[in-house]
Design a protein around this ligand. Sequence first.
Ligand code: KIV
Ligand code: ZN
Length: 514
Amino acid sequence: MAKTRKIMIFDTTLRDGEQSPGCSMNLAEKLEVARMLQAMKVDVIEAGFAIASPGDFEAVQAVAGEITDCTVASLSRCLEKDIEASGAAIKPARRPRIHVFCATSEIHRKHKLRRARKEIVKLSVDGVKMAKEFVDDVEFSPEDASRTEWDFLVEVVTAVIEAGATTVNIPDTVGYAMPAEFGDLIRHLRANVPNMDQAVISVHCHNDLGMAVANSLAAVRAGAGQVECTVNGIGERAGNASMEEIVMAIHTRGDFLNVTTGIETRKIYPASRLVSSVTGLNVQRNKAVVGENAFAHEAGVHQHGMMAHRETYEIMRPEDIGVPSSKLVLGKHSGRHAFKQRTESLGYMLKGEQIDAAFEKFKRLADKKKEVFDRDIEALIDEQIEQVVEVWTLRGVQTTAGSNTVPTATVTLARADELMTDAAIGDGPVDAVYEAIQRISGTRMRLLDYSLRAITSGKDAQGEVTIEVEYDGRRFRTRGVSTDIVEASARAFVAAVNRAVTLDLANGQKPAQP
Ligand code: KIV
Ligand code: ZN
């Protein structure tokens, strides 16, 4: 029997994932995600596109300076200034990689780059050689490879390996490929690129036709040694191949695929929650592996089967991906130590002051709510992690609403030790609360999206409000949690104001004044 191959997991949540609309993360959030990826034992973390902005550069540099157990990569076009920026940003990394790319398909050559085949080969080779001056570990991607003529792809791949590329990544940039076809492409490269044995073949699939994971696995069967993916499948347009699906497919069907990964699968669920929390993008309920319904059994016949023998309807064990059981965990008499242990078993790695703040919130919640579940604790911590610079905190909110009444809200916010109260009217109580918060903070934002969901069941369930706002041309999502939905709405908006203040500070602007 053939030996089981280990597939390298290259995570690009912080690059391809972060660059998709509404998914931007600040430096602290990127570091939090990078730490989680390291705890999951991913092989490579693509930390950003160093040339894209000073914020991207800083993030790549910070991840490179802190992460010791994974390779840290930065993306570059085949341009000197890009490669220099990547080289400088990843310098502190213990295992640095530069990832250069150049589009190769006819449509990109003609309409985007306006270059002939020969020029594309030269650009790619020069890019790899330039990157080699900074690091030994160089990855090359022929962008839009799946729509590139196969003979030309063979020519480019052969040339970049000769120039020193140690990994060649084959992207299905626009999610166009079909699994059998994509597998054949990988086989074709293995059979026709004369120096293919000198580089690892990687794949990078987008999900436009919902086939990113299927295409990646077809490529693995055909001999690919690295898969690029993102947590929760976030990424450009319909997203990238989702890491949890790739890893659990390999974990569950290693017998068929004859491959394995080094991923700590118990961190999958906490990582999914963390990424959802910092981006504000909720995971769809029926999402494979990490969706809320992934391990729920509703039909009577299924429940009966599950009770008789779990494997009748479950091909993965929830505990293997770190899904917390929704049992009663702690009450108002529980101490800080028990709370800390519980957060650790949920996969969070909080520092002293973060634990203190989360514990205080937990105590307040336990006073209000009879039963505190794991999911309640997760929501508290997610809200906590999301707080950026906590300039404003919510101290009180009161509303009057109903038929034949003008909705009115009175809000009190604190800034350092100063308390400020204002009142406003609106189209509804939440609108009035948002108007009052904007009057107090002096920060004007446009609300683009508002959604509310119950985290657990029961009358005293916590409500989680997620909002998307636009501020100064940037969009971001924040969330707020409370047993009172108006308060949860206010918390989400105060978090957005704090994010706007952080953005102003990062841009060297004086934050808005009341
Ligand atoms: O989708 C793509 O082609 C990419 C490359 C830069 C690897 O993200
Ligand atoms: Zn991509």
